[in-house]
Design a protein around this ligand. Sequence first.
Ligand SMILES: NC(=O)c1ccc[n+]([C@@H]2O[C@H](COP(=O)([O-])OP(=O)(O)OC[C@H]3O[C@@H](n4cnc5c(N)ncnc54)[C@H](O)[C@@H]3O)[C@@H](O)[C@H]2O)c1
Ligand SMILES: O=P(O)(O)OC[C@H]1O[C@H](O[C@H]2[C@H](O)[C@@H](O)[C@@H](O)O[C@@H]2CO)[C@H](O)[C@@H](O)[C@@H]1O
Ligand SMILES: [Mn+2]
Length: 441
Amino acid sequence: MEKFSVVIAGGGSTFTPGIVMMLLDNADRFPLRKLKLYDNDKERQEVLGKALEILMKEQAPEVEFSYTIDPKEAFADIDFCMAHIRVGKYEMREKDEKIPLKHGVAGQETCGPGGLAYGMRSITGMLELIDYMEKYSPDAWMLNYSNPAAIVAEACRILRPDSKVLNICDMPVGTLRRMSQIINKNPKDLDVSYFGLNHFGWWTSVKDKSGKEYIDEIKEYVSQNGYLTQVEVDTQHTDPSWQETHKKAKDLLAVDPRFLPNTYLKYYLYPDYVYENMDCTYTRANEVMDGREKQVFDEARKIIKKGTAKNSGFHIDAHASFIVDLACAIAFNTHERMIMIVENNGAIANFPDDAMVEVPCIVGSDGPEAICQGNIPMFEQALMFQQVTVEKLLVEAYIEKSYQKLWQSFTLSKTIPSAKVAKDILDDLIEANRDYWPELQ
Ligand SMILES: NC(=O)c1ccc[n+]([C@@H]2O[C@H](COP(=O)([O-])OP(=O)(O)OC[C@H]3O[C@@H](n4cnc5c(N)ncnc54)[C@H](O)[C@@H]3O)[C@@H](O)[C@H]2O)c1
Ligand SMILES: O=P(O)(O)OC[C@H]1O[C@H](O[C@H]2[C@H](O)[C@@H](O)[C@@H](O)O[C@@H]2CO)[C@H](O)[C@@H](O)[C@@H]1O
Ligand SMILES: [Mn+2]
């Protein structure tokens, strides 16, 4: 069986150990010859790199493992780049979340003004990665889940249209896992229909392989409990903010009871509720810095000190196996059905061709082919058109360095009440992002 060389970009990410463990767990279907970690933060990379080097020697000595901050070393001789960078790290996520709150607007990692600020930073970092990959391994594929995926995908569509970059999000995978628990099934035994944008979509069908439809049964449950299930799905989602998000899906379903909603819609449909229920001094960034980030780096330091990763606290990120599904689909032409972020081109019949939408696709060695979802109702169509225009204006603003277009983008966001508030938030975000954004005129 062919063996693959993979670089994880954002090698210092809190998700890196879970992904490495997941890759080892999937070695039978996706064998590795090389595994490299790449980050542009030397210190972060060294801590996780040293710990994972110890782990790899113990658990997979046959795989050539390395970590580096040198792009050439990282990107030469690779088949896949798995990208999960966070430009500006948690320090900037905290600002994305807290600056809008000062103006009475919900602060969030990928939605609303926080997500737009993050988008302006991510585009530069992602283009840099793509260019390194194409320079040093022109045949490689990039599997990107760096956020905000909707904006990154639109920027790639315009600025790197021929690049082999696939944008994907694990929220539909994670939510399907919850749905499967509600109906006592295995997620792999279910096929879904879905339409939307990234972090902005709806399920229209959840069927088993015999074609039996389960959406009504799931809706019945969600109308009472949201997506909160009894079984612990993953550790991060036991955090109070995620529990609340899964519960709130009940009120999203109430707005349009035909479809099962993506939980991220709460930031657009209930922004007042989100704002009122947020602690302006302690946001999700603080929860993660005190939780996942601390645990991962403490654990890595422990491994380095002990010189062994035996009985370590690193856990397989089971959810992340969708990344291996995607890599296998490309490598072995599996024609896996996966929800991906792709250029619409008719997949949603009454939506612009040039919008980056999130729909089920069949993925083979040439990439994803979208499965047509037909016409969507007016309510969802209008919401999506507003949001996709926010994203398109932002990418145009980035390219043209246009303050005007970025202000329009913020003003159009359903999360922001007026052009004045949009301008006030934007001006504060410009100040906070001086080291990251292009200078706007
Ligand atoms: N698409 C999804 O569904 C999904 C799911 C989970 C996480 N994510 C995304 O994964 C990313 C990582 O999340 P995290 O919480 O682990 O963040 P993190 O801050 O712990 O890790 C990100 C790493 O990226 C590095 N980095 C930043 N800019 C870089 C660049 N230009 N080149 C190389 N490395 C760079 C940072 O130094 C940092 O070590 C985020 O973008 C997050 O939103 C996406
Ligand atoms: O607040 P965070 O950093 O914990 O999570 C933000 C990310 O949330 C989603 O990803 C989840 C995923 O849905 C879940 O199944 C599991 O794997 O954890 C992930 C991280 O919590 C979302 O899809 C991402 O885009 C966000 O970055
Ligand atoms: Mn996501």
